[in-house]
Design a protein around this ligand. Structure first.
Ligand code: CP
Ligand code: NVA
Length: 308
């Protein structure tokens, strides 16, 4: 049974199948009440464990609601309240949970923890964010882009700010979905070199552009994220703010972008820091569509993992 650990470790054709399923399921639900089940119940009889070692609003609620809409049952587990947070190993946790549940989603710190969980679980494991990647987010983002603008292949995404987990998943997605990528941020916070190299080797144009105004000039999509991610040292906050302030997504910056360029942010946003109210709440922003599409994309990811 397949895991969904990262964009670049999932076959591009499977990523496309997942997005097609997500779109079909979203259309089929239409505007029916959120608490009602789907017509098809592919998770009937299935139990899903949702483990959080970091805070969450969107991931937690969208997975939980998605499982219920598909007829399954979910268990939301805080890492701190599990024995996992008191010395039990990841491997033993994976072995035990696999005896009870059909699917595990984990939000954690290092990607080594995610991989250890996947190695020792005998049920599929989904990456709900690590320090290095956030693939479920990027599936929702590609879905959202294509709903508004058609195929993302050949388009250019400009990332503003920290080369963090979400930025790195966007880079993975550039290779898998065939779009180009501009990173604009301070050199101290660049995405990993090996990752940039791999995406270039896959034939995509990856530009590192320190000037944010130049970076958005040919962008079809401008994306940003928090300046201090969960897992970043609190002591780095001031330094990060100082480094990242020039990369705020604001009205002046967006005047330099093409008229059709949209704005995304995975949320939660720090209004007035990485993005202004006027942009977040303005006509270019699709942030709440992105948030909604977490639900639809993840329902399709769970079905793919379970072959359901
Ligand atoms: N975008 C995202 O993953 O949000 P949460 O941290 O609220 O889950
Ligand atoms: N980069 C952010 C994303 C939150 C959804 C973090 O890891 O905190």
């Amino acid at each position: 049974m397949p895991n969904f650990l990262d964009i670049h470790t999932t076959d591009p054709a499977a990523l496309r199948d997942i997005l097609a399923t997500a779109g079909d399921m979203k259309t089929a639900r239409g505007s029916r009440p959120k608490g009602t089940p789907d017509d098809e119940l592919p998770l009937d009889g299935h139990v899903v464990a949702l483990i959080f070692e970091k805070p969450s609003t969107r991931t937690r609620v969208s997975f939980d609601v998605g499982v219920r809409q598909m007829g399954g049952t979910s268990l939301v587990l805080s890492g701190a309240e599990m024995q996992l947070g008191h010395g039990e190993t990841i491997a033993d946790t994976a072995r035990v949970l696999s005896r009870y549940v059909d699917l595990i989603m984990i939000r954690t710190f290092g990607e080594d923890i995610l991989h250890e969980m996947a190695e020792h679980a005998t049920v599929p494991v989904i990456n709900g964010l690590t320090d290095n990647s956030h693939p479920c987010q990027i599936m929702a983002d590609v879905m959202t882009f294509e709903e508004h603008r058609g195929p993302i292949a050949g388009k250019r995404v400009a990332w503003m700010g920290d080369g963090n987990n979400v930025a790195q998943s966007f880079l993975h997605a550039a290779a898998s979905f065939g779009f180009d990528f501009t990173f604009s941020g301070p050199a101290q916070l660049d995405p990993r070199d090996d990752l940039v190299g791999a995406v270039r080797n896959a034939g995509r144009d990856v530009r590192i552009e320190r000037d944010p105004v130049k970076a958005v000039a040919d962008a079809d999509l401008v994306v940003t994220d928090t300046w201090v991610s969960m897992g970043d040292a609190e002591s780095s906050r001031q330094r990060r703010h100082n480094l990242l302030r020039p990369y705020q997504v604001n009205e002046r910056l967006m005047e330099a972008a093409p008229d059709h360029a949209m704005v995304m942010h995975c949320l939660p946003a720090h209004r007035g820091e990485e993005i202004t109210d006027a942009i977040l709440d303005g006509p270019r922003s699709v942030v709440f569509d992105e948030a909604e599409n977490r639900l639809h994309a993840q329902k399709a990811i769970m079905r793919w993992c379970l072959g359901a």
